[in-house]
Structures are given as structure tokens and as C-alpha cells.
Design a protein around this ligand. Structure first.
Ligand code: DP6
Length: 360
């Protein structure tokens, strides 16, 4: 599909008013998207586990405007209270989405949103939040121009979510989502994410992700800014190549269920992401001393026990522990005995691989 396939008819207008609600999960990248081109296109392909418990639920209410203006008209509520700090990002998203949703200026929208994870947990809500909003907007098109197949609406939701936040494109479906054109994956696209098309061993069923909340504060450098610093980065080309190589390596790992090799690739991706940050101009460090302490303990624990536990990091200090269902009790007692000490207020979130967004 191309961008023009996603342009809705210019006269698409529906009911006077109504509402729709979607719940979209967060996701954790195994192969990291870091660096982008104009138009929200990724510099390299990425792959993520869709999560289950960490999610955003958004109700989009719409009302036809009597006199539509040149501007968008919307307000945002977070947990029922006005949240004007979200407005610039949503306005930028609406602007990018307008060619594909020509009705956006014809309505006043109320976007009432809430997360299952604590607001100040340091977990980015942009992936689940933008995915939920994109699904609500796609739903209006679905209601007003029925008859297209579900695959079109799923692609469009991912396409729109991408315009809001790149990683959000991977939060529409699950359990494993791939985004970014990569020749060995025939259906891959820079425009939207697709379910990972190759066989995945049953050891990955219900794979667990425990998110250790190391630092719940606001990030000093946003992802968007970090992506920008990959332009002209001395290691950029090799990093983009590495992502492709690692994505290819996962094919046989997913097929065989080789968890040692899985951990190697996933940890290398996490550390490469942070290495890119440390070698940007200007450079920055999002890990905290406790992030490193946790990594050291994971490596010690793995050597001592052979439990196939590995970690990944997003653009922050928190650590995601990834492990199979079969080792739940061993890892839980390791967390309680050792790792919890390094979490802010001893807090962590228990999550697992999930199947994607749903209409409420
Ligand atoms: C490190 O999707 O948050 O989590 O497209 O600018 O909104 P924008 O960036 P964003 O970047 C995510 C970066 C990452 C890696 C990943 O999720 O692949």
C-alpha cells in the first residue's frame, strides 16, 4: 500500500455527534527504532513485543462544528481533568493526519484518556496513547464508510498512529510487531507496522516483561530529540545496519526458541541504543546508576542459575526484564530479594506479551 491509499474521500462526513472508545497497549522494542527521516519514516526496521497490562484507554467524543474554522478544535482530559500539556503533540498529530482524515476540522473533539500505569512512572504513554487515538479516529471512518476490509482499517490505524509517534505504529496488534521496510520481510513497510510474519516458538507464548521503575521522573531528553541527533551521527550508518542484521538473526532464534541467543541480541540492541545517546552531539545519558546495578545483577544471576532472563531498556532509566512463563517463580524471587532495592519506591510493573488493541 502507498500513502495515497490512506486518503479518505474529501466529502467524508458522518453523524452530528457521538463517541467511540479504544484501549491500546504499550509495547517494548526488541530491535530499536532510533533515527528517522522527514515524514515519520524510520531510519531502520524495528520489532516489538506488544504488552498487555500497560495500556491507554481513550474515549473520543465528537460534535459537528456549526462554523468550522481554520484551526482544529479539541480538548484533552487525562483521568477526567483537563491536560493542556498534551495539546501541542496532538495538534501536530492532527496536522499530519489531516490529508488522511479530511473531517478533522469539521468537528470539535473531546479526547478523554487514562493509563493503567501510574502517570509519573517514567513509562512513555505516547505509544499506547497515540495508538488509542488513531484507533478512535479510524473507527469514525469505519462507521461512516463501511465496506472496506478489516485489514485496511488496521493498516490505517497503524499508519495514523505512526504520524503521532513512530513506536505507536506497533501498538495496534500483537504479539510481535515489525515496522520499517526490510527487504527479507516482503510485507514490511515504512508506513505502518505488520504482525511478525515468521514462525515463533511456543516458549515465547505469554512471555513475561517485568518493568523495574528505576526513575519515575520526566526524561531530560525526549525521544523525538534523540532521533534527531542520529542525523550526522558518526555511528549512524553502522547502527542502522546493525538493526537489520539483528532483525535477521531473530528469525532463526524465534523459530528454534534459543533463549541464550535471544538474550544476546536483545541486550545488544538495548545497549547500542544507549551507546548512540552517549555518542550523540550533544551526548546524553538516560541510564541511572541503579540501571547499571540491575544489569550487573542480571548478568550475575544468569551465570549462577542459567535462568534465561534478559533485559532491555527503552529511552529512559527503567529496565524491562524479559523471561519465559516457565521461570516465573525464580525470577520473581530474584526481583524481591535483590532487584527491588534498586527501584524507586520499590515499584515495578508485571506485564506480559499481549495481542493488541481492542474496542471497548
Ligand atoms: C527507544 O516512538 O517515542 O522507544 O516517533 O519521535 O514519537 P517519536 O519517537 P518514539 O521513539 C521510540 C524510541 C524507543 C525505541 C522503540 O520503541 O523502537
Amino acid at each position: 500500500m502507498t500513502e495515497t491509499d490512506f486518503i479518505a474521500p474529501p466529502d467524508l462526513l458522518g453523524r452530528e455527534n457521538g463517541s467511540t472508545t479504544w484501549k491500546a497497549p504499550s509495547n517494548i522494542a526488541l530491535i530499536k527504532y532510533w533515527g528517522k527521516r522527514e515524514g515519520q519514516f524510520p531510519a531502520n526496521p524495528s520489532l516489538s513485543f506488544t504488552l498487555e497490562a500497560s495500556a491507554t484507554t481513550t474515549t473520543l467524543s465528537y460534535q459537528k462544528r456549526v462554523r468550522p474554522g481554520d484551526d482544529f478544535s479539541f480538548k484533552v482530559l487525562l483521568d477526567h481533568a483537563p491536560e493542556p500539556s498534551f495539546e501541542p503533540k496532538i495538534a501536530a498529530f492532527f496536522k499530519r493526519a489531516l490529508p488522511y482524515l479530511p473531517f478533522l476540522k469539521e468537528y470539535h473533539f473531546t479526547i478523554a484518556t487514562g493509563n493503567t500505569f501510574p502517570h509519573s512512572s517514567g513509562i512513555a504513554s505516547s505509544a499506547s496513547g497515540m495508538a488509542a487515538l488513531a484507533l478512535c479516529l479510524t473507527d469514525l471512518e469505519r462507521l461512516w464508510t463501511p465496506g472496506r476490509d478489516e485489514a485496511y482499517y488496521r493498516h490505517k490505524a497503524s499508519f495514523l498512529a505512526r504520524l503521532g509517534s513512530g513506536s505507536a505504529s506497533r501498538s495496534i496488534q500483537g504479539p510481535l510487531m515489525q515496522w520499517g521496510r526490510h527487504t527479507p520481510i516482503a510485507a514490511s513497510s515504512d508506513l505502518y507496522a505488520i504482525p511478525y510474519p515468521f514462525p515463533v516458538h511456543e516458549v515465547f507464548n505469554g512471555y513475561l516483561d517485568t518493568i523495574l521503575l528505576v526513575d519515575k521522573g520526566q526524561k531530560q531528553v525526549s525521544s523525538t530529540l534523540g532521533h534527531g541527533l542520529m542525523k550526522g551521527h558518526v555511528y549512524a550508518e553502522s547502527r542502522f545496519r546493525q538493526a537489520g542484521i539483528n532483525l535477521d538473526a531473530l528469525k532463526s532464534i524465534f523459530a528454534s526458541g534459543d533463549l541464550e541467543a535471544f538474550g544476546q541480541v536483545v541486550e545488544e540492541e538495548a545497549l547500542s541504543l544507549h551507546a548512540m545517546m552517549m555518542t550523540s552531539r550533544p551526548s546524553f545519558i538516560l541510564m541511572k546508576p541503579n540501571t547499571l546495578e540491575i544489569i550487573r545483577h542480571i548478568w550475575e544471576f544468569r551465570t549462577a542459575t542459567n535462568v534465561p532472563l534478559c533485559f532491555t531498556l527503552d529511552a529512559g532509566a527503567n529496565v524491562h526484564l524479559l523471561y519465559p512463563q516457565g521461570f516465573k517463580s525464580e525470577v520473581e524471587s530474584f526481583i524481591k530479594k535483590i532487584l527491588v532495592e534498586f527501584c524507586e519506591n520499590r515499584q515495578y510493573i508485571c506485564d506480559q506479551i499481549g495481542i493488541g488493541a481492542k474496542k471497548m
